[in-house]
Design a protein around this ligand. Sequence first.
Ligand code: ME8
Length: 662
Amino acid sequence: MAEKKEKFYITTPIYYTNGMPHIGHTYTTIVADTLRRYKKMRGYDVVMTTGTDEHGVNVERAAKKADIPESEFVARMAEAWKKLWDDLGLTADEFVRTTDLKHVRAVQWLFKLCKENGYVYKGHYTGLYCIYDNAYVSEPKPGNLCPDCDRPLETVTEENYFFKLSAFQKPLLDFYKKFPDFIQPETRRNEIISFVEGGLKDLSITRTTIRWGIPVPGEEPHVFYVWFDALTAYLSAVGGPDYEKRGMWPADVHLVGKDIIRFHTVYWPAFLMAAMLPLPKQVWAHGWFLMDAAKMSKSKGNVVLPRPIVNMLGMDALRYFLLREVVFGQDGNFSYDALVTRYNSDLANGLGNLASRTAAMLEKNFAGVVPKPGARLPQDDALAKEAQNAIGEVLERYDRFEFARALEAIWAVIAAADKYLTTEQPWALGEGPDEQSRKATILWTTAELLRIVSALAHPVLPESTGKIWALLGGQAVNISATPLDGLRWGQLAPGTKLGRFQALFPRVEKTEAVERIEAMANEELNPTQPPVAAPAPTTAGAAATPAPAAAAPEKIGIEDFTKVEMRVGQIKTAERIVGADKLLKLTVDIGTEIRQICAGIAQYYEPEALIGRKVAVVVNLAPRKLRGVESNGMIIAASVGPEGRPVLAGFHEDVEVGSRLK
Ligand code: ME8
């Protein structure tokens, strides 16, 4: 453990504001949040920065399209990004907007330092420019297309300030050599070294063709190139010119995707060298989450959104999946199918099941109090050893950003505990003193193991492991403040009264879960549809409201509301659907016709009890298939409690079938 509180400064990229976050952005932010929690549990004083990159042509154009001033456009977008991160429990210590005054000052200050030190000069530049990536392109694809995003390039000539990047070839190569860990993973490091060895051209760092940017003082209409602007956000977040006071700079790690590694490992250190400022210690470039083997992008229509997943399965499930499924640093394919499969196998059947079994057995056999273990047998010691050994291994894996391996090691211990219970069969033991003592040993051992794995998994699964610790230690123990360095086998005190058991990962039916996630994603991606579809059960308390679209106000007008046609319907028949334990197939009289509608209420309503009941029905929803059964409309229900128990909306007076709800 750090002797005194050492600092640790983590950043995510400063994301563009011309769209809303998808699973790719969420991935980097989840990694940063995991690291933030982990480092805190290792005793560090941690700061994590994220933010929004709000200047440039793209924003200018998007604001124009939305017919609002740029400042208003970016303010709305920044608010929406921030809200999403807050809703997902990914609250950073610093959220920097590149339109913040403190940031503007920091950029101007950095430029001044570079200029004073002789690394900035004025010249002209003509080149092909990608407005989507905000970069000049020296080697376009045939047809003048951007080699990165395949979109058309534009020819731009302008007077610019240039940064003498060429002067930094040797200093950068020396730096990479002296600090071999600066660029991670290794493959990226090699790529960058060969790129720099190939020679560096000076870089234009101001623009006169763009209006929406940070002005170069006394040099209007020059504004700063977005990358000179955005990279500086890492520094402006922790004090800018006064960075020494805050004591956080240099960054310990910049987390980025591999798309922007060159900006972070070549330009950024060169700017800082020119200004004679301390350099970041590490840049970690992870791979991409791909959808259908292509990088996600809104224009391709293959984005995956975080909110629908979180609404259906909970935030911990998304965090676990993203970190467990793909080796950090490599590309990986995203699939809903794999997500739900992992959820059921590792979370519902794995950790969730172990916790609920243990809690139930302790409740039944020891009145909800942690028993004093009796004599230990070799198998108890073996399990203890496995859990104790996992502590060291998992911490080492986290330290190396091997999140998938860390989780694998934790889940190996969970599997060992499952096996132990199956072999030891505490439930088969009788009431005699010897058997009671054996039962106490087994259940204490299992509970202690659960405590250890929860602490180890906490950086990745903050919510569910918090619930497990609250169960094992009453409410008094704050898991996130528990030092991992002090974690040892044997610390679970007999006599501890268990807290209330809270459900962790209710098992879901795969096809239905995927359909629900996809339906919610459709609604979020297509904001022209009215936001009325009943959200799926919220399993982890995350907010279920869809994010506001770029230019759409958060409140809808009456004209939007009136697009939704709701009528009083009467249920005529109701039956279960074979193979879908949550769905009921209903036929509903809506006055003008009888409709077939599927409703996810089978676990809470007996089909027979529904016949004749009057319900509120959305009748103008496009028909869709649920588990292969056509559903033509939607029954309105409240979603109650953390489990999202559906409660059908109804009427206190007799109402005529077919009446419109207004
Ligand atoms: O580049 N898989 O912002 P940006 C994994 N504003 N990660 C992904 C991803 C995917 N499919 N898609 C995006 C910018 N990301 C600049 C940054 S920093 C000073 C300025 C993540 O909104 C990944 O971290 O395009 C990637 O680097 C970042 O989002 C790009 O975000």
